[in-house]
Ligand binder design. Structure first.
Ligand SMILES: [Zn+2]
Length: 267
């Protein structure tokens, strides 16, 4: 069984402040990296117990050109993708995977979640897929769905766990490692407890994998991104398959993956 682990940082237990996710070198950012790595290792341990024999981890959080995962501490059974750009939104997905885990995820912009945003808290207001407001979880789930791969496990705060159930159904395993009290505060589980729950849920997710469905969105799909200012859409003008409005763009694709790659400029 092959498991792809897409990681982010904002949804990791103990992480609630912008400096923990935006300032490489800051002592609190370095600490957050350890928390992230421990949660990822817990997911890997659970996956291995359920019979996984190939595990790839994507260091998915963009932190001003820095690594987030601590490679020395990462479980030896996993390979890891670091650095950027990746060339594709979900690099190496075409190799074929049985399940995707989303670890350390945060809720969409506008949700009552810790460090909520969609792609960029400084330039994105909202994103929509076929008229439905979405967050980063739907970007990954829709992309994976294009390749018929289900999201089996989502970890983060209570807001992203709720988003996961709404988007993917009750079958998806979730672990809320913290409960949002505000955008920059949370009531957190003990980190050891959080890791124990992640390990157990990772195992259970793979044991129940036959019940999990890939997120299939029939094409053509329209990905709409609303930006904060007019200058943020200028670079999209004249690009095939992209309509540019005052402060928003609409990207057409036959699949979610195609729309995302077109938005990224990889098509
Ligand atoms: Zn992030």
């Amino acid at each position: 069984m092959r498991v792809y682990i897409f990681t982010d940082l904002e949804g990791v237990g103990g992480v609630v402040l912008p400096r923990q996710v935006l300032q490489p070198g800051d002592a609190m950012y370095e600490e957050a990296r350890l928390y992230l790595t421990r949660e990822v290792n817990a997911a890997i341990e659970g996956a291995l117990e359920a019979g996984a024999n190939k595990i790839l981890v994507l260091d998915g959080h963009g932190a001003n050109n820095a690594y987030n995962l601590l490679l020395d501490e990462l479980h030896e059974e996993a390979e890891v993708i670091v650095g950027s750009p990746w060339g594709r939104y979900v690099p190496c997905i075409e190799e074929g995977w049985d399940a995707i885990f989303c670890i350390g995820f945060h809720a969409m912009a506008g949700a009552e979640g810790v460090l909520e945003h969609t792609m960029s808290s400084s330039s994105w207001v909202n994103a929509y897929l076929n008229g439905k407001r979405i967050g980063e979880l739907a970007f990954v789930a829709g992309y994976a769905g294009t390749y018929d791969i289900p999201i089996a496990l989502v970890t983060g705060d209570d807001a992203v766990c709720k988003e996961a159930k709404q988007l993917l159904g009750d079958e998806v395993e979730t672990v809320a490692v913290k409960k949002a009290l505000s955008r920059t505060s949370a009531r957190c589980l003990n980190p050891k407890k959080a890791c124990e729950l992640i390990k157990n849920s990772a195992k259970k997710a793979l044991q129940n994998l036959s019940k999990m469905k890939p997120l299939k969105i029939p094409g053509p799909v329209v990905l709409r991104v609303e930006y904060l200012r007019t200058d943020m859409v200028q670079g999209y003008k004249g690009r095939e398959g992209i309509t540019v409005g005052e402060r928003a763009i609409e990207v057409i694709g036959t699949t979610v993956a195609e729309a995302i790659e077109r938005w990224l400029g990889n098509l």
